[in-house]
Write a protein that binds this ligand. Structure first.
Ligand code: GRG
Length: 297
């Protein structure tokens, strides 16, 4: 576990150094916009998605700077999604990562615009030849395309939409899987994919990496749902009942807490099996899978 924590630490430092240089104010009229974007970018996230980009790329090469623009871009998209998710029209959360949410700190319209600017910036970073001059154009275009698919209506936004549309309806296992495959797993799968194509993975290897990403992403969400409920142990029973009564599309609401734990284990098992042919080159990805299962926050 210590090794993987230092891998996370190094991944964070690399990506934060890049983001720090990329997000600088350019006009007296947008000082607060830049401040708002930086507020959420540097609010203490785990940097799971960049770590996955690096770990997947690390199967093929240890020249991590090469792939840093991809690692940064996906974290920028993740950050936008959290800002928009916290808005009153969505989850209406006042706090994120132990700090006031972006719209509480900067205002609602400002938070919407910070999120919009972050989403757009991610594609600016990905497609800018001068940012990653050594990445061949065919790989860059393919990466931009796959990130767009993972982030948009066929991925994260689609999952978020289905989640909102499902509110108040009884959640089925198919619905919960659709929501989380898209809302959460799509971006995680894409992170592993980006590392793979940047590293020169062949079609078979890409398939195996994608499979790892999808199952690890689903396990991540199941654990997130479980932590949501168990984070306050004295209200545990009440919290599950609340989820079930409100028809929230969570794994514990559909499978019970114990069933959800089993589901997470099954997903992680499938994720790890997908990487068998890589041997010990996939050790970092496997350690991230273990981290996903054991995390407490
Ligand atoms: C608003 C378009 C739009 C999408 C929102 C990702 C998402 C979709 C909503 C976030 C809400 C949420 C809690 C989803 C569950 C899993 C998840 C993505 C948790 C947050 O990711 P972490 O734990 O966050 O990697 P940190 O804070 O570590 O960056």
């Amino acid at each position: 576990m210590n090794n993987i924590l230092s891998f996370f630490q190094e991944s964070s430092e690399r990506v934060e150094h890049f983001l720090d240089k990329k997000f600088v104010n350019s006009s007296i009229y947008t000082v607060k916009l830049t401040e708002g974007m930086r507020y959420s970018l540097f609010a203490g996230g785990k940097r799971l998605r960049p770590a996955l980009v690096y770990a997947s790329y690390g199967i093929f090469s240890d020249d991590y700077d090469y792939v840093t623009p991809f690692a940064a871009a996906i974290e920028v998209i993740h950050t936008y999604s959290l800002i928009h998710d916290d808005l009153p029209a969505m989850d209406n959360d006042d706090m994120r990562r132990g700090k006031p949410s972006n719209h509480i700190a900067f205002g609602e319209a400002e938070a919407i615009l910070a999120g919009d600017a972050l989403l757009t910036k991610a594609f600016e970073i990905m497609s800018d030849y001068t940012v990653s001059p050594n990445i061949p154009d065919n790989i860059r275009v393919n990466a931009v395309y796959k990130l767009a698919l993972a982030a948009g209506d066929l991925g994260m936004v689609g999952g978020q939409y289905a989640d909102i549309a499902a509110e108040g309806r009884k959640a089925t296992s198919e619905l919960v899987e659709f929501i989380h495959k898209n809302k959460t797993a799509a971006l995680i799968e894409c992170a592993v994919y980006l590392g793979g194509i940047a590293g020169g993975a062949d079609d078979k290897q890409i398939e195996q990496l994608i499979s790892f990403g999808r199952y690890a992403g689903l396990a991540f969400q199941v654990i997130d749902d479980i932590l949501d409920i168990t984070s306050s142990s004295e209200t545990l029973g009440k919290n599950i009942q609340k989820d079930i009564n409100s028809h929230k599309a969570t794994y514990p609401a559909v499978y019970s807490l114990e069933g959800a734990k089993n589901k997470a284990e099954q997903y992680i098992d499938k994720a790890c099996k997908s990487l068998e042919s890589f041997g010990d080159k996939a050790d970092t990805l496997l350690s991230i899978a273990e981290f996903i299962m054991e995390r407490k926050s």
